[in-house]
Design a protein around this ligand. Structure first.
Ligand SMILES: NC(=O)c1ccc[n+]([C@@H]2O[C@H](COP(=O)([O-])OP(=O)(O)OC[C@H]3O[C@@H](n4cnc5c(N)ncnc54)[C@H](OP(=O)(O)O)[C@@H]3O)[C@@H](O)[C@H]2O)c1
Length: 296
């Protein structure tokens, strides 16, 4: 027998303070029959939900549009049985001045931050030569520069929360697009893919930079999860049923997949995990999709 004194609390977030960027799901999308999801979709909302259900005391969520933030806060605070609460703060995670304002508003409510989830992301798809410069700027400003500044400006609050035995946590929501070349041609997402490669490598750099300050940093790389951001590409690729067939697990991601993966990274049980990229795609990035079926 081994002594596992922490076992019962591996995923217990009682008393923790968290912030999730890109929390609100807009617009609500009909839930497909293969999921048991109770409602709206969007990876940030799944994450905020799991943090509250795991006992978090305060979960700040932020996005640009006030109605979306308010809608998400109302949904989260109606979760049955939670002891904590969600607080919404509208802000753009791509604008340094707005991130500074966000830090100030968080400090008005909580003196320190245990968990920072950099989830908000932007994408753009289209042919390579015609890529407008504004689209590249938008993608990099949020997915790379914004995440860099978000973590940088919250580091003082994260440092206050972290201890040697209970480090504070940063999770960067990256993408499998950061490690494979997913989409080229007419619906190419090359700059998105590059930005996610950078986001994943940013997490590794921060793991080494911030580890000695009792802050761990990891990235989470989802495959397809139906959402506003992903739905256009999912349709272009033949719809959810085609993508499900091509996935080794024969389905797309569901909210529970995200909730469980994040709790592993931010819960007490994951406190020695630092600098990893957790792929969450059912194994789909390891395949060649239809190519694997071709009989030579
Ligand atoms: N869904 C997938 O299949 C998938 C796969 C791989 C990776 N990801 C990654 O997962 C993350 C979440 O994606 P999602 O699919 O859940 O997207 P989503 O449903 O479109 O949600 C994106 C969220 O980000 C917010 N947002 C956009 N720009 C922002 C900004 N400048 N500042 C603050 N918030 C901003 C949006 O709200 P506002 O518009 O109100 O700001 C929204 O709440 C992204 O980083 C994405 O790259 C998603």
């Amino acid at each position: 027998m081994s002594d596992l004194p922490g076992f019962k609390d591996y995923f217990n977030l009682t008393g923790k303070v968290a912030l999730v960027t890109g929390g609100p799901p807009l617009p609500p999308i009909q839930v497909p029959p293969h999921t048991n999801s109770p409602g709206s979709r969007g990876i940030g909302l799944h994450i905020a939900t799991s943090l509250l259900l795991a006992g978090a005391k305060t979960v700040f969520i932020t996005a640009r549009k006030t109605p979306g933030v308010q809608q998400a806060v109302a949904q989260l605070n109606a979760l049955p049985g939670i002891k904590g609460k969600a607080i919404g703060i509208p802000a753009s995670a791509a604008e340094t001045a707005e991130i500074e304002g966000l830090v100030a508003k968080v400090k008005e409510v909580e003196p320190k931050l245990d968990i920072l989830i950099a989830n908000a992301g932007a994408t753009w798809g289209g042919p390579f030569e015609a890529s407008p410069d504004w689209a590249s700027k938008k993608v990099v400003d949020l997915n790379v520069r914004g995440v860099f500044n978000l973590v940088r400006l919250f580091t003082p609050l994260l440092t206050l929360a972290g201890t040697r035995t209970s480090p504070s946590r940063v999770v960067i929501v990256s993408s499998v697009a950061g490690s494979v070349v997913s989409h080229i041609g007419n619906n190419g997402t090359i700059m998105y893919s590059i930005s996610k490669a950078a986001a994943t490598h940013l997490a590794r750099n921060l793991a080494v930079e911030l580890g000695p300050r009792n802050i761990t940093t990891n990235s989470l790389s989802p495959g397809f999860f139906p959402s506003k951001l992903a739905s256009g590409l999912i349709e272009i690729l033949g719809g959810e049923s085609e993508l499900m067939k091509a996935n080794p697990r024969q389905r797309l991601g569901v909210p529970d997949d995200v909730g469980a993966a994040v709790l592993f990274l931010v819960g007490p049980g994951g406190n020695y995990v630092n600098g990893i990229d957790l792929t969450l795609d059912g194994g789909s990035s390891l395949t060649r999709g239809g190519m694997a079926q071709v009989k030579l």
